[in-house]
Design a binder for this molecule. Structure first.
Ligand code: SAM
Length: 250
């Protein structure tokens, strides 16, 4: 496989093709529009904050993400603050401490916190950025719905990328161990010729466990849904969507 066949910047652009704006994304947008100062953790290519500014958000909008190709796309909008880093790095930014009344993690970015320690430290860092009473709003795939069972080559997405190139993007699960799913994403030409393979690790966490981690970081759950249309959480729900309040220091 030619390692230059599909670049990291191409992958970031392809992410936006694969994840176009959907009506349920208005869930996060409505929270953003109602807040004065917002931090988007794992902001990726910046879609949520771009949209908020385009719709007239007048306040402070900041996004943080460790992925530089994604941030390069985010930075095409200069009236939003963008920072390179992981969630844990928030705690090392004195200028962000207690500055925000809303932190969001959209697109199931919460699932990138794989180990207990990483999850604990990341939530504690998110908490430091919030004003007392501030909100942390995020979603994560519901383990009970076992989404990984549908991440198979038969369910590949056929898309046309930003260059007009016809592609096939398919997933294969390598392992599922204690709710941690290791998978590959193959980006291929339509004839099946692979252009690149990326590997990812995602944690699936049940609601009760999420609540324990949140409580440990100084949050109290205020609202809980099974989707971004505010439907109830059931065993069949695809997501666990949480609105948590910062009630004390971590
Ligand atoms: C599935 S994408 C979601 C992107 C964006 N929030 C959205 O809704 O489209 C997950 C993002 O989390 C970022 N990420 C990975 N590890 C992270 C960490 N430790 N802290 C914060 N973000 C992280 C990735 O670079 C990626 O952009």
């Amino acid at each position: 496989m030619d390692p230059h066949a599909y670049s990291d910047d191409d992958v970031a652009a392809l992410y936006d093709v694969l994840n176009p704006w959907a009506p349920c994304d208005d869930f996060y947008l409505s929270h953003v529009m109602a807040a004065e100062a917002v931090l988007d953790v794992g902001c990726g290519t910046g879609t949520m904050l771009h949209r908020a500014r385009a719709e007239g958000h007048p306040g402070r909008l900041c996004g943080i993400d460790p992925d530089l190709p994604s941030l390069r796309r985010a930075r095409t909008r200069r009236d939003v603050e963008w920072a390179e880093g992981r969630a844990v790095d928030i705690a090392r930014r004195p200028e962000w401490q207690g500055e925000f009344d809303l932190v969001i993690m959209a697109g199931n970015a919460f699932q990138v916190f794989v180990g207990d320690e990483e999850l604990r430290d990341s939530l504690a860092a998110v908490r430091t950025a919030l004003r007392p009473g501030g909100r942390f709003v995020f979603g994560t795939r519901n383990p009970a719905a076992r989404a990984w069972e549908r991440w198979t080559p038969e369910n590949a997405a056929e898309v046309v990328d930003h260059h007009g190139r016809e592609l096939r993007v398919e997933h294969r699960v390598e392992s599922v161990v204690d709710g941690v799913v290791t998978l590959t994403e193959t980006t291929a030409a339509r004839d099946g010729e692979p252009l690149r393979v990326d590997r990812g690790v995602l944690r699936f966490t049940a609601a009760e466990e999420i609540d324990r981690f949140l409580a440990g970081a100084g949050f109290q759950v205020a609202e809980r849904y099974g989707d971004r249309r505010r439907g109830p959480l059931t065993g069949a729900s695809g997501e666990i969507v949480t609105v948590a309040h910062a009630v004390r220091a971590a």
